[in-house]
Design a protein around this ligand. Structure first.
Ligand code: ADP
Length: 457
């Protein structure tokens, strides 16, 4: 599985890598400069020692003498020879150990002795009286190496500590800087859930993320406004359509009583009347839905006895079911009370049971069952009718969706949208399961007590 690197992790990683790179660079430069400076000091010591030693050699009575009056800096070994190579003076355990290194007058040479690095300096031939001498001085680089070893130790301990600290600080900084992004994500999630009134909090500040939040807020405001306008238009249009449709229905009904109509004319008027009734239903359902979404539907939450609601729906639909030779089975646990809007709850049960009859099979059955737990009510409406194909099932709650328009002319495609709206208004959930030619089952779960999610959207 490909590992997803979050923005926070990326920022932490970059911060840590930068700090580590800067630390390495800083340590490298420190080691380089320290080594160069200490070597320079050691070279100064050797040059000074050479000068001191040469000034202490004298020529008296045809002979060379070395007067050790001003001792050289401790740790410096020296070897003074006459022109013929014989030793005039020396200091140090084993200065002759460097004899293997050829004399390079005025040049500093690195030499190895007793497991240490040494720095050698040879003088050129120095005239004293009418004779000449040569001086070799040597000093150990031990101190330079010890200092560099301390640097190495600090480096070995420091880099892991710096890395850990950089990762921790980087992570905290990234978390802090991405806080507004998190707010934007949370807000976007809520908007996805259908609440366009949400806004990203102003806390995002005046930086780039603040500007992004502002732009999104403006976009949301204009989206909310256009959705509101569209809903208002649908609601107004439905409202305005009610009167003309009612007038056409009345005229069509009165026409049907006219005995002078031929059989053909009669059936045409009958079709007009059926379509008018369908349009009347559609207009009233559209009005319910749009008003509900605008929060203008008058919702009255009160204690409702579901058994009474089921009895009412049973009584209304029994004759309709009989026409289709469908047997209705209403079963319920006794005394199921819940907090709901009685007329909307009735509408919910009515729509689902009507569908179970409408899409049931002749001579079939429809079962409506209600059960309860401590805090929820479970309503199931099942039929053994035509069923819904797996392809259509995900769309049945969409507005105006009708799976089989050829078979049923009376449907509007709004019944289940209303059922879904009523369910979510009560803070509940609805599920549909179906198998083509076997039947369908709708399961509605409603909280018994007024849910905090009850809203008029
Ligand atoms: P309609 O007014 O068309 O019944 P609905 O919103 O109530 O509108 O249902 C949408 C579509 O879902 C219906 O047209 C139908 O195809 C399908 N449907 C709903 N209930 C059932 C059911 N019990 N059995 C089979 N199909 C159903």
């Amino acid at each position: 599985m490909k590992h997803r690197l979050t923005l926070r992790r990326k920022m932490t990683l970059w911060f840590t890598l930068s700090v580590v790179a800067i630390t390495l660079l800083f340590f490298g430069a420190s080691v380089f400069i320290t080594r160069a400076r200490l070597t320079e000091l050691l070279k100064d010591d050797l040059s000074l020692a050479l000068e001191q030693l040469s000034s202490q050699v004298e020529h008296k009575n045809g002979q060379l003498y070395f007067e050790d009056e001003t001792p050289v800096k401790s740790g410096i070994m020296y070897y003074i020879t006459e022109e013929n190579g014989s030793e005039l003076a020396s200091h140090g355990e084993d200065i002759t150990a460097f004899d293997a290194y050829p004399v390079q007058a005025g040049t500093f040479t690195h030499a190895q002795y007793a497991g240490e690095t040494w720095l050698l300096l040879d003088s050129s031939s120095i005239p004293v009286g009418n004779e000449c001498i040569r001086i070799r001085v040597a000093a150990s680089c031990r101190q330079i190496q010890q200092t560099l070893r301390i640097f190495q130790l600090i480096f070995l301990l420091g880099v892991p500590i710096m890395t850990a600290l950089a990762a921790l600080i980087g992570s905290l900084l990234a978390k802090q800087s991405l806080k507004p992004v998190q707010q934007i994500i949370c807000c976007a999630d809520e908007i996805t859930a259908g609440d366009l009134s949400r806004r990203i909090p102003e806390a995002s500040g005046k930086d780039e993320l603040g500007a992004l939040a502002n732009t999104l807020n403006h976009m949301l405001a204009s989206l909310e406004e256009s959705f509101r306008r569209e809903r208002r238009f649908t609601s107004d249009a439905s409202h305005e359509l009610r009167t003309p449709v009612a007038v056409i229905t009345v005229y069509a009904e009165s026409l049907l009583t006219d005995t002078s109509l031929s059989q053909e004319e009669y059936s045409k008027v009958e079709t007009i009347l059926n379509e008018c009734k369908r349009m009347q239903r559609m207009v009233s359902q559209m009005l319910t839905l749009t008003r509900g979404q605008e929060g203008r539907y008058p919702v009255l939450m009160e204690k409702v006895c579901l058994n009474d609601v089921l009895d009412g729906v049973h009584a209304v639909l029994e004759p309709v079911a009989e026409e289709q030779s469908i047997t209705l089975h209403f079963t319920a646990e006794s005394s199921i009370d819940l907090c709901a809007d009685q007329s909307l709850l009735t509408q919910l049960v009515l729509n689902l049971t009507e569908n179970a009859i409408k899409y049931g099979k002749v001579g079939g059955d429809a079962w409506v069952n209600a059960a309860q737990t401590d805090d929820a009510v479970l309503l199931t409406v099942r039929d053994n009718g035509i069923g819904i194909s797996a392809e259509n099932l995900p769309h049945i709650f969409e507005r105006f969706f009708r799976a089989d328009t050829a078979r049923d002319r009376s449907g509007t495609g709004l019944g289940l949208s209303i059922v879904q709206w009523i369910t979510s208004l009560h803070g509940g959930t609805i599920q549909a399961e179906s198998h083509l030619h076997q039947g369908t089952i709708f399961t509605v779960t409603l909280p018994k007590h007024e849910s905090s999610s009850v809203n008029a959207k």
